[in-house]
Design a protein around this ligand. Structure first.
Ligand code: AMP
Length: 113
């Protein structure tokens, strides 16, 4: 069996996190190294390692993550916000459990680094 990722341990309450939202499909918590005044991670409870590993059977789950991001951003008082999904180490993914970053509360620049 593969080693549990840090996000799987947060989902299973084996390590603490500042949780802001939970439902049967996903959990959202504050990023420990925030890159913006609001920086929240949404993770599916299903352990998909990266976006490119998702398949057709994950279609509803992926839609749910985006609509949940809308809800959480609204709860956080964000009108404008950025979502980031790093898929793979070359794109900056450091935790191999799919997650969506919600960033907001400051002006965003483009292109990202
Ligand atoms: P990524 O680089 O896209 O894989 O993003 C991983 C994110 O997880 C980074 O922004 C980290 O700061 C964040 N992170 C790592 N460990 C924890 C933790 N224990 N609790 C909350 N966020 C974490």
């Amino acid at each position: 069996m593969k080693d549990k990722t840090i996000f799987a341990k947060i989902i299973d309450r084996e390590i603490p996190a500042s949780i802001v939202y939970e439902d049967d499909q996903c959990l959202a918590f504050k990023d420990v190294h925030p890159q913006a005044p609001v920086h929240i991670l949404i993770v599916p409870k299903k352990p998909i390692d990266r976006l490119s590993s998702a398949s057709g059977e994950d279609q509803l789950l992926l839609g749910h993550l985006l609509l949940t991001a809308n809800k959480i951003a609204e709860q956080a008082g964000l009108k404008d916000f950025r979502l980031v999904v790093n898929s793979g180490p070359g794109a900056g993914q450091t935790v191999l459990h799919l997650h969506v970053h919600i960033l907001g509360g400051r002006e965003m620049e483009w292109p990202p680094g």
